[in-house]
Design a protein around this ligand. Sequence first.
Ligand code: CJB
Length: 832
Amino acid sequence: MDARYKSREIERRSLDVDGLKRSFLEWLVYSVGKDARAATRRDWFHTVALAVRDRLVDRWMDTTRTYYQQDAKRVYYLSLEFLIGRLLTNSLANLGITDQCRQALDRIGLNLDDVVEAEPDAALGNGGLGRLAACFLDSMASEALPGYGYGIRYEFGLFEQRFEHGWQVEYPEQWLQFGNPWEFPRPEVLYPVQFYGRVEEFRDSVGERAYRWVDAERVLAMAYDTPVVGYGGDTINTLRLWSARATRDFNFGHFNDGAYMKAVEQKVLTENLSRVLYPNDATEGGKELRLKQEYFFTSASLQDILRRYLQHHSNFDSLPDKAAIQLNDTHPAIGIAELMRLLVDQHGVTWDKAWDITRATFSYTNHTLLPEALEAWPVRMMERVLPRHMQIIYEINAKFLNRSKARAAGDNGRLSRLSLIDERGDRRVRMGNLAFLGSHKVNGVSALHTELMKQTVFADFHAEFPERINNKTNGITPRRWLHQANQPLAALITSRIGNGWIKDLSQISALAEKADDLVFREEFRRAKRKNKKRLAAYIARQTGVDVQVDSLFDVQVKRMHEYKRQLLNILQAIALYNEMRDNPTVSWVPVTKIFAGKAAPSYHMAKLIIKLINDVAKVVNHDPSVHDNLKIVLLPNYNVTAAEIIMPAADLSEQISTAGMEASGTGNMKLALNGALTIGTLDGANVEIREHVGDDNIFIFGLTAEEVNDLRASGGFNPRDVIASNPSLKRALDMISTGVFSPDDPHRYHPILQALTDGGDHFLVTADFSDYCQAQQAAMDLYRDQEEWTRKAILNTANMGWFSSDRTIMEYATEIWDVHPVKPEHPAETET
Ligand code: CJB
């Protein structure tokens, strides 16, 4: 081998400062095509990312090869969303070369923190569900589990949110605009995916009735692979995202007709399929493009999974022993009909056998009980877009209902509730029922949510299959959410208990005994203060508002949704504002209310609440009579990168959803792990957080899920009475209704006031208001006693070990997937 080439090969693996520096300089010139004088910050980001990528490719190949050689059982996580955020800090930290990289850049006269800032945030998801998928990827790789993520390579991630005159305005999020150094395009990994057409019946070679899908339109799915680095860099898994490509033969037909423009237009239309992520949460049901996206990535993923399986096997009998497919919500649930189609129509497997294989292979996670979020596709659309799948769904349904008939005797509603088809109104396919029926395990994402699944949406299915529903309480990766995002606290923890917690978060419990150590408390506070200073600077840059670093940072960051009750929070802020104005001589605990979150573009009420928060902020922040004791900020464009700055800086974590409505929450875990005290309802994972951190170290308020249920059922709740009996609530609402915060348009908030009164206050904002204010008061009182507050904050951090996504993922691995860790063999490194 050419000596120079060989030395470059070695260089590419070198993890020391000199080797990194030489790589950077070489990459800048030969791959980015700039010299150091002309290079921009973005050029340096690409340079560093490419050089770091070099250092993981060998291990990535080794990991994939080991899985292949051992024919290991793999788990496939199918998700329409992966909210991964930036990858540079993550890759450096997981490879353990952050310091070396920083020094290498220093020697070139650059700062790693600046370089990091040039990376766009990969926002291929809406919120919790997509971020959970990203945490799971990190945990699978860190636990050496053979796990693949499958999804869509959206060209535009979730929209960028800006505020114009206080209103949310959406802009396209062009994360790929300057290229993506982490991905490897695989133009040879290409699968056809069909839509429309019709089904033809025929007799197969042994005279049996069979079906084929003909006259369909064809799109190609092309793979892009991103390496997923586990902690320590030993296991490097793959996230495979699909991009739509027009087929060539399709275009040539048009060229022959001379209709060049038509061909090009058709190509553009076809490729629109993977163009943009749907902002969910709104009533977007029935959008054909969304159904096509779901089928597109699911079909391509299943074809890829079967191809991999067939490298070692000649029939499908052991598919469930070699592949576990996890459906992240119902978005990929069409995969159940698709696997049936692939097995029966394309590979000649008998129906019954194919059904056994399908059920043993799939499992399904439910993430919400909100009826409007449960997918149900119009039968007529499904018949048109996926005619063969519709037939298969009918067949699955007929066989199932036939079997269930006996058990349903005497209960007429039962069969219609179990049916895969909702026959009320325009007929719809219930994707939740399909996912349930086609899976061997179905899980909820917190203990309470799983119980409610059994009692509500899946009550009939639970009676039919009592073993199927199980709980897997969500978790978060401690690598991104503590080790990387909160370096001051991470360093402090490591200085006391070593760094084992990064890989095994249960070790963090050793901090509990330090809660009474005054020196440790002081250092804990110092770390928090450093993070608060960083956030304060970020707030000033983003909003122009100066906040007091020593004020209580009260944080509510999450999607804007009525059930999450940002409205309750801003109403309490108004009440507090009034109290402060009424009592100017009292020494108030200074409070900074920090909000961030996007609203779905078509969700008018959520957007109106955004405007309200901004309007209230404007009045409060400019009112000298509160002496800077209260500031309100709504940070624009909440995303993973912003969360990494906010989570470490919070004192108080707002988890105030109407009980029974938040499936789990994961921001609650990130905040508590970073030492924030929770103020929350007994909803989602808050219930379990309370169990772990202890009743004394959390502020719980409000109606329980059961009480909410009873209250709604009895119809005995009159919000007007509640408002009339609570002067501070009444005053806050009166101020809104008389235009104190919207003098330019006094009626602006009429829809909100209407929903709280005549609308019946579905989310029970008024019902929980008084209890919430008391809990807020308790938090403010406690904050005066910094020693006591810090003690509780430390106990929060110390008791959050169980909420690591490593724990969650190992539960999935052992209780659902039967997938085991596989240690990659690294031959290149053992060679001399
Ligand atoms: N969730 O983010 C979404 N999108 C949905 O469409 C449905 C649910 C959230 O999933 C998270 C992860 O399980 C949960 O923590 C959260 O409560 C839920 O709203």
